[in-house]
Design a binder for this molecule. Structure first.
Ligand code: UDP
Ligand code: MG
Length: 325
C-alpha cells in the first residue's frame, strides 16, 4: 500500500519547551483537523535538556501524525527548522515556533492564501506582545537595515512563521549553507509570495532561548549571507581617509609657502599624530575582523560537514532526500 502524502506538514523546532509542547500540539491539531485533510506535525528536538523529549515521544505514541526528529545535540533554531523541512512530506509546509508566540489558529489563514495560488505565505508581525523594549527596537532596526543593504527582498517584520509550497521546499533543500538565515533564503527563492498580518503573542511559558549573544550571531548570519556591504565599507572608508589626508597635506603645504617663518600650528603636535595612528590602526583591525567573519563562514562551508546529526527519528519511514552538502 502506498502511503498517502499528507497535504500539510507543520514543522516546529523545540528547545526546552516541556511546559508548552503538549498544549502546542493540541492547538495545532485543533486548528488543522477542521480542514479535513491529512496532515503531519514534525517536531524537531534540538537537543533539549528538560523533559520535552519524553513528552514528545508520548505524543508520538498516542498520535502517529506527530513525528519527532531527535538531534544528537543542540544545533540551533535555524538548523532545526531546516531539518524539519527536510523531513516534511506535505504538499505545503508550515514552519511555526513551538512556544505559542505564533498562534496556530493563523495557519488556516495561511492555507487559504496558498489555495489562492501563493507559494510562500509569511506571517507579518503587526504587534509583538510581551517582548522587551530592547528586543522590539533592535529587531525593527535590523529588519529595516537588512532590506536596505541586501538585494533580496526580505519582507519587513516577518519571522520564520510561514507556509511554503512543496516547490519552494524542494528548492530550499538544495541550499545547504551552514549559516542559515531561513527567512532570507525563502525570500531569495522567489515564486509568488504574500504576507498575512497577525499578532505575535507573548511566550506562553518558559523563557526565550535567544540571549543577546545568539541574537547578534543571527543578525550577522543574516547580513553576511545576503550582503557584501560590510566588506565594501573598508574600501569606502579608505577612499574617505585618503581624501581627507590629501586635503590636509595641501593645506599644510600652502601655509608653508605663504609664510615660511610662521610658527608650527597646534595641530602638528604629538597628540594629533598619535590620534591618527590609533584611528587608522583601529579601522584596520575592524576591517580585518569583518573579513574574518566572511572567511570563517567560507571555512565552515569548505569543511562540508552535515548541517545536523539525527540521533533518532520517530514516525518517519525514510531519510529525507537532500542533495549532498
Ligand atoms: N529554538 C530551538 N533551538 C534553539 C533556540 C530556540 O529549536 O537553540 C526554538 C524554540 O524552542 C522556539 C523557537 O526556536 O520554538 C524560537 O525560540 P525563542 O522563542 O526562544 O526565540 P524568540 O521568540 O524569543 O526570539
Ligand atoms: Mg519565541
Amino acid at each position: 500500500m502506498v502511503k498517502q502524502q499528507p497535504t500539510f506538514s507543520v514543522v516546529a523546532p523545540v528547545y526546552n519547551e516541556e511546559q508548552l509542547i503538549a498544549e502546542f500540539c493540541r492547538r495545532v491539531i485543533a486548528a488543522l483537523e477542521p480542514l479535513g485533510e491529512p496532515f503531519e506535525l514534525v517536531l524537531v528536538n534540538d537537543g533539549c535538556r528538560d523533559r520535552s523529549p519524553e513528552i514528545m515521544r508520548e505524543l508520538h505514541q498516542r498520535d502517529p501524525r506527530i513525528k519527532v526528529i531527535n538531534f544528537s545535540r543542540n544545533f540551533g533554531h535555524q538548523i532545526a527548522i531546516t531539518a524539519g523541512t527536510d523531513y516534511a512530506t506535505g504538499k505545503a509546509v508550515i514552519v511555526i515556533d513551538s512556544d505559542l508566540q505564533d498562534p496556530p489558529e493563523v495557519i488556516p489563514e495561511l492555507i487559504a492564501r496558498w489555495r489562492e495560488g501563493y507559494q510562500v505565505v509569511y506571517g507579518v508581525r503587526e504587534e509583538r506582545e510581551g517582548e522587551t523594549w530592547f528586543k522590539k527596537t533592535t529587531a525593527a532596526i535590523f529588519y529595516r537595515l537588512i532590506v536596505r543593504i541586501t538585494n533580496v527582498n526580505i519582507p519587513v517584520d516577518t519571522g520564520d512563521f510561514r507556509l511554503m509550497d512543496r516547490k519552494v521546499v524542494d528548492a530550499l533543500k538544495r541550499m545547504r549553507e551552514h549559516h542559515r538565515f531561513m527567512r532570507g533564503l525563502s525570500a531569495w527563492i522567489g515564486f509568488r509570495q504574500t504576507g498575512v498580518p497577525y499578532r505575535r503573542h507573548a511566550r506562553a511559558a518558559g523563557t526565550t532561548k535567544y540571549p543577546l549573544r545568539k541574537m547578534l550571531r543571527f543578525a550577522l548570519d543574516g547580513i553576511t549571507s545576503f550582503s557584501y556591504l560590510p566588506l565594501q565599507l573598508a574600501t569606502y572608508l579608505g577612499f574617505i581617509v585618503a581624501a581627507i589626508s590629501m586635503i590636509f597635506l595641501l593645506v599644510v603645504f600652502v601655509m608653508r609657502l605663504a609664510d615660511p617663518s610662521a610658527p608650527e600650528p597646534a595641530f602638528y603636535g604629538q597628540a594629533s599624530t598619535l590620534a591618527s595612528v590609533l584611528f587608522l590602526g583601529a579601522v584596520q583591525l575592524i576591517s580585518l575582523g569583518i573579513i574574518g567573519e566572511y572567511v570563517g563562514r567560507i571555512y565552515d562551508e569548505v569543511k562540508g560537514r552535515p548541517l545536523y546529526i539525527v540521533a533518532e527519528a520517530l514516525g518517519v519511514e525514510e531519510e529525507p532526500a537532500t542533495s549532498p552538502a
